[in-house]
Ligand binder design. Sequence first.
Ligand SMILES: [Zn+2]
Length: 249
Amino acid sequence: MKSTSLSPAEVTRYSLQIAMEGWGRESQERLKASRVLIAGAGGVAAAVALHLLSTGVGALRVVDASRVALPDLNTTVLYRERDLGKTKATIAERRLKELNPFALVEGQGKTFSEHNVYRLSSGCNLLIDAMNRPQVGHLLNQAAVRQRLPLIHAWVGEMDGVVTTCWPGRGPCLACVLPEGAPERKAALMGPIPGVVGALVAFEALRILGAQGPGLVGRLLIFQGEPFAFVDKHLKPAPDCPVCGHRKS
Ligand SMILES: [Zn+2]
């Protein structure tokens, strides 16, 4: 990924981050040169998008066909009462553009399918699965493996959240570790959980895009609201994985 130079206003805007040892101007420029796909515009996706925009990612594509409903206001910090009934991707694009004029933001009210997943992910350096739907996760995983792109997968339910990074050639893919995808959960969720998970996803995205290196390849990081703890599971590639098993790692 080539870097892009920063304007004086951007250097000031990101000065606290640039001052971080191990980050600096070079990583900030790499971040500006990055394009990220976020699948979903719900609670996790909103938290990821807000953090990535405020930290200086260059371009963001948010894809979700659903509309804002009243329960979304309980878990998704991006939406307001006046947004009810409107397409999430449209509102997300409008609101996220207000956050950072230096970034390109594109909202697409589309449903992922095997026909459009490659087009929707084309030109991106990183894919983020924040849709909370197993079938979408597996479509993105296939696109990530074929295009050799990193994929951060997240899901939330009740008081729990999970994050892992699948990076073809470096560790297991999503089909290796969750052949059936994350289990369907009942529609129950504590409001702050998407924010907790979204911040973790955004931090992992910065590590990848800024070239610090991923922290969650081959790891499943689980946040359990009860008993308020993190659990770390190590994951291995499945040699017979139907998606990545035939590829050398
Ligand atoms: Zn695999």
